[in-house]
Design a protein around this ligand. Structure first.
Ligand code: ASP
Ligand code: MG
Length: 412
C-alpha cells in the first residue's frame, strides 16, 4: 500500500464533469489500497478571473487582500471534489492551507512554505479518508492567508509529499509528460521518459510551464519522486529523477526551452570604475525587478557598456530606473528592446561532451539568426535573439540535436 500525493491542475478540474472524472480516478487508487492526498488548483480561468476583479477595484491592490481573494478559487474546488468523492462512497475531507496549517513566510502573493503540520492529514488517512488540500495557499505566523505564486499548487503537492514522505508525487495535467520542447512549436517534439531535477529546473525556469519552478527545487532538495502525467489518458508520464550513472548514456541535450517574455536594457558609456555594476543593478533589485542575464563589455576609453535582461512586464519600470541612474552615473545613453526572446538548450550530458555550443551557434547561423547575448551554465546554453525568429530557432535546434521523434525503422 502506497501513499500517493496527486495534484490536479486547473484544466483537470475545469468543469463539473472533470471534477467527477477526477473523483472516479481517485476512487480507483483507493480501491487499489493506496492512501491518497489530493491537491487541486482552482477551476481553469478562475484565478485569472479573480485577478481581473481585483484590478477593477484598484491598480495595485494590497497583496494581503489579493491573497484573500485568489485563494478562494482553490477553496471551491476542494469542496466540490470532496462532494463528488463522498457521492461515490469514497469518504473524503477538504482542507484549506490554513486548516492543514501550511505555514509560510509573510511574502504575500509569493510566499514560501516553511512548515507543514501533517497531524490532521495523517489522522484522516488512518480513518480511511481521502484528504483533499487546496493548492497554492498557506498561512503566515499571524494567521494571514498567503499564496505561493502562480502555479503554486505544484509546490503545495511536492511539499506535502515531502512532509508525508509519500511514495510518489504525481502531477496530473493536460499534457502527458515533459517534452523535448513545446509540441505547439515543434511537431516532432517527444515525451521524455525521464529527466533529471537539474534539467527540469532549467526547463521550468526557462519557460517550460509544465511545473512551477519552486516545486522542482523543493522536490530536488527533499528527493521527492515526482511524476508528470496526463489527467485522463493512461501512460507512464515523465519521471523526474536524480542524476545517476545512466545519465552518461543519455542524449547530450534533453530539451529546448524558450521564453518570449523578455526585454533587454543597455546602459552605454558608463565609467569603468569599481561599484558601477552595483550602482546600476542596486536600484533595479530594490524595485523588486528580477534580472536574468547580465553582460558587461570590455572597456574602451575608460567607459563600458552594461546590458541585462528582465521580464517584459518589468521593462518600463526598469527603463525609467535606468534613465535616472544613468544621469547620476554620467552614462552616455540608455537603450532598450522588448522584442527579444531567449532560447536555451538543456542537458546534463553537456558536462561530458565538447562542441555543444559550436553546434548550437552553427544551427542558428545556418538560419541567418543573429545572436544578441549568450550565457551558459554547466548544463545549459542560452541565447537571446529577436523575438520574430523564435520558432525558427527552436525548430532548427530541435533537429540539429536530433531530438525529433525517431522515425520508425522498417524491419526487413
Ligand atoms: N490557481 C493558481 C494559478 O492559477 C495556482 C495553480 O493553479 O497552481 O496560478
Ligand atoms: Mg498549473
Amino acid at each position: 500500500m502506497a501513499l500517493i500525493v496527486q495534484k490536479y491542475g486547473g484544466t483537470s478540474v475545469g468543469t463539473v464533469e472533470r471534477i467527477q472524472a477526477v473523483a472516479d480516478k481517485v476512487k480507483r487508487f483507493r480501491e487499489q489500497g493506496d492512501d491518497v492526498v489530493v491537491v487541486v488548483s482552482a477551476m481553469s480561468g478562475e484565478t485569472n478571473r479573480l485577478i481581473g476583479l481585483a484590478k477593477e477595484m484598484q491598480d495595485q491592490p494590497a497583496p494581503r487582500e489579493m491573497d484573500v481573494l485568489v485563494s478562494t478559487g482553490e477553496q471551491v474546488t476542494i469542496a466540490l471534489l470532496c462532494m463528488a468523492l463522498n457521492e461515490r462512497s469514497c469518504p473524503a475531507r477538504s482542507y484549506t492551507g490554513t486548516q492543514v496549517r501550511i505555514l509560510t513566510d509573510d511574502a504575500h502573493t509569493k510566499a514560501r512554505i516553511q512548515d507543514i503540520d501533517d497531524e490532521n492529514i495523517r489522522a484522516d488517512l488512518k480513518a480511511g479518508r481521502v484528504v483533499v488540500v487546496a493548492g497554492f495557499q498557506g498561512v503566515d505566523d499571524n494567521g494571514n492567508i498567503t499564496t505561493l505564486g502562480r502555479g503554486g499548487s505544484d509546490t503545495t503537492a511536492v511539499a506535502l509529499a515531502a512532509a508525508l514522505k509519500a511514495d510518489e508525487c504525481q502531477i496530473y495535467t493536460d499534457v502527458d509528460g515533459v517534452y523535448t520542447t513545446d509540441p505547439r512549436v515543434v511537431e516532432g517534439a517527444r515525451r521524455l521518459d525521464e529527466i533529471t531535477f537539474e534539467e527540469m529546473l532549467e526547463m521550468a525556469s526557462l519557460g517550460s510551464k509544465v511545473l512551477q519552478i519552486r516545486a522542482v527545487e523543493f522536490a530536488g532538495k527533499y528527493d521527492v519522486p515526482l511524476r508528470v502525467l496526463h489527467s485522463f489518458q493512461e501512460g507512464p508520464g515523465t519521471l523526474i529523477t536524480i542524476e545517476d550513472e545512466n545519465t552518461v548514456e543519455r542524449p547530450v541535450i534533453s530539451g529546448i526551452a524558450f521564453n518570449r517574455d523578455e526585454a533587454k536594457l543597455t546602459v552605454l558609456g558608463v565609467p569603468d570604475i569599481p561599484g558601477v555594476a552595483s550602482k546600476i543593478l542596486g536600484p533595479v533589485s530594490d524595485a523588486n525587478i528580477e534580472v536574468d542575464m547580465i553582460l558587461q563589455n570590455i572597456a574602451e576609453d575608460n567607459t563600458t557598456d552594461f546590458t541585462f535582461t528582465v521580464h517584459r512586464n518589468d521593462y518600463d519600470r526598469a527603463l525609467s530606473i535606468l534613465e535616472r541612474v544613468s544621469s547620476e552615473l554620467k552614462a552616455r545613453e540608455v537603450q532598450g528592446d522588448n522584442k527579444i526572446a531567449k532560447v536555451s538548450i538543456v542537458g546534463v550530458g553537456m558536462r561530458s561532451h565538447a562542441g555543444v555550443a559550436t553546434k548550437m551557434f552553427g544551427a542558428l547561423a545556418g538560419e541567418g539568426i543573429n545572436i544578441q547575448l549568450i550565457s551558459t551554465s554547466e548544463i545549459k546554453i542560452s541565447v537571446v535573439i529577436a523575438e520574430k525568429y523564435l520558432e525558427l530557432a527552436v525548430r532548427s535546434l530541435h533537429s540539429a540535436f536530433e531530438l525529433d521523434e525517431a522515425e520508425v525503422v522498417q524491419e526487413s
